[in-house]
Design a protein around this ligand. Structure first.
Ligand SMILES: NC(=O)c1ccc[n+]([C@@H]2O[C@H](COP(=O)([O-])OP(=O)(O)OC[C@H]3O[C@@H](n4cnc5c(N)ncnc54)[C@H](O)[C@@H]3O)[C@@H](O)[C@H]2O)c1
Ligand SMILES: O=P(O)(O)OC[C@H](O)CO
Length: 340
């Protein structure tokens, strides 16, 4: 049974923040979406459309963009969603540490690993928010293209948190039959976050494989062996691996490795077609988290002694000018091993 939400706040008005706000608005919540620029908020409110990040969807009147985080926005909140890319989360929290009410779920939805600290978004939130917020931090992960959510298409995701009561409350609050949005609950928050970060890197590999015309056998092998890599990393960080067979693990990996709707997949595709990373980044209007996570995930895996051959090859292609063909040859010529 889902819970009603009367008032919610989404931090970040990119495509995913806007899509999550729409889900809550469609179940009747009054939703504010915080963005950095006042003029962006004004434009969205005037046109009733987020033309920059989620064009083509009319926003309902109970969904309002704002540049304010004063009491009129934060008072009586029941739920806060964080939907800004991983690398910008810590600076945001440093500035807005005590802004949010306590005892309400704080649901983070970014999929990446922070450069430098090699931490997940959940850990960044634990670092930066005062202890009183600790057990209320949750993770949302799973196969969820913003465009499809905005179109009202069926989407199932996982809400994860160590505290069962908080996790299930967030699950009930985010679930929205009216928006075809269904949430499952899981205690494996670390598994969900590692899956979210690593699947973006693997999606770059899958796009590259598609660009080379390697076919569907190769894609299936990449998804399967990639799942093995992300499972090893998650377990090295304390996950019991439960998320890997679920929506956040194999579910999101399948989605992102199979579609040009994925920005990460598209980066790999364009590289295989001859563009450089610099050329791709030059005109990028939206974020492909796998580009930065290729660096941080590789470093994290090395620091833990976890072998991640696909991730290391994506890193070499992006940052060491290795050709996609050479990366493929490397992967195929590795010594034969047992499957697990
Ligand atoms: N778009 C999706 O389908 C989708 C689905 C699931 C998860 N996610 C995850 O959600 C997170 C947000 O991605 P998105 O797709 O909404 O991004 P986007 O590319 O659509 O928008 C970029 C966002 O980053 C913000 N931003 C840019 N520079 C910033 C800065 N210096 N400080 C703070 N914010 C800044 C922008 O305001 C905007 O909100 C990512 O971690 C992504 O992996 C996205
Ligand atoms: O467009 P991508 O590659 O960032 O993927 C979006 C979502 O993470 C899919 O679940």
């Amino acid at each position: 049974m889902e819970d009603p939400v009367h008032k919610a706040l989404v931090i970040g008005g990119g495509s995913f923040g806007t899509a999550l706000a729409l889900i809550l608005a469609r179940k009747g919540a009054n939703v504010s979406v915080w963005v950095r620029q006042a003029d962006q908020a004004e434009l969205v409110n005037r046109t009733r459309e987020n033309t920059k990040y989620l064009p083509g969807t009319k926003l309902p009147e109970n969904l309002v963009f704002t540049n304010n985080l004063d009491a009129s926005i934060t008072e009586a909140l029941e739920l806060v969603i964080f939907a800004i890319p991983t690398q910008f989360l810590r600076p945001f929290l440093e500035e807005h540490r005590n802004t949010f009410p306590v005892k309400i779920p704080l649901l983070q939805s970014a999929k990446g690993i922070e450069i430098g600290t090699l931490k997940t978004p959940y850990d960044i939130m634990t670092d930066e928010l005062p202890g009183k917020y600790g057990k209320y931090i949750c993770v949302l992960a799973g196969p969820s293209f913003a465009k499809e959510m905005a179109a009202g298409l069926v989407t199932n995701v996982t809400v994860a948190a160590p505290d069962r009561e908080v996790c299930e409350r967030a699950q009930r609050m985010m679930s929205a039959r009216a928006a075809n949005f269904r949430c499952y609950a899981s205690p494996d928050y670390m598994g969900c976050e590692i899956a979210g970060a690593v699947k973006n890197v693997l999606a770059i590999a899958s796009g590259a494989s598609h660009g080379l015309g390697l076919g569907l056998n190769a894609r299936a092998a990449l998804i399967c062996r990639g799942l093995h890599e992300m499972t090893l990393l998650a377990k090295a960080l304390g996950s019991n691996g439960a998320a890997m067979s679920g929506l956040a693990g194999v579910g999101d990996l399948l989605l992102t490795c199979s579609s040009e709707m994925s920005r990460n997949f598209t980066v790999g595709l364009r590289i295989a077609k001859g563009e450089t990373l610099d050329q791709i980044m030059l005109n990028a209007t939206s974020v492909a988290e796998g580009v930065t996570s290729a660096r941080s995930v590789k470093e994290l895996a090395e620091s833990l002694g976890v072998e991640m051959p696909f991730v290391s090859q994506v890193y070499d292609v992006l940052y060491n000018s290795k050709s996609v063909i050479d990366a493929l040859v490397y992967l195929q010529d590795r010594p034969l091993t047992a499957e697990n």
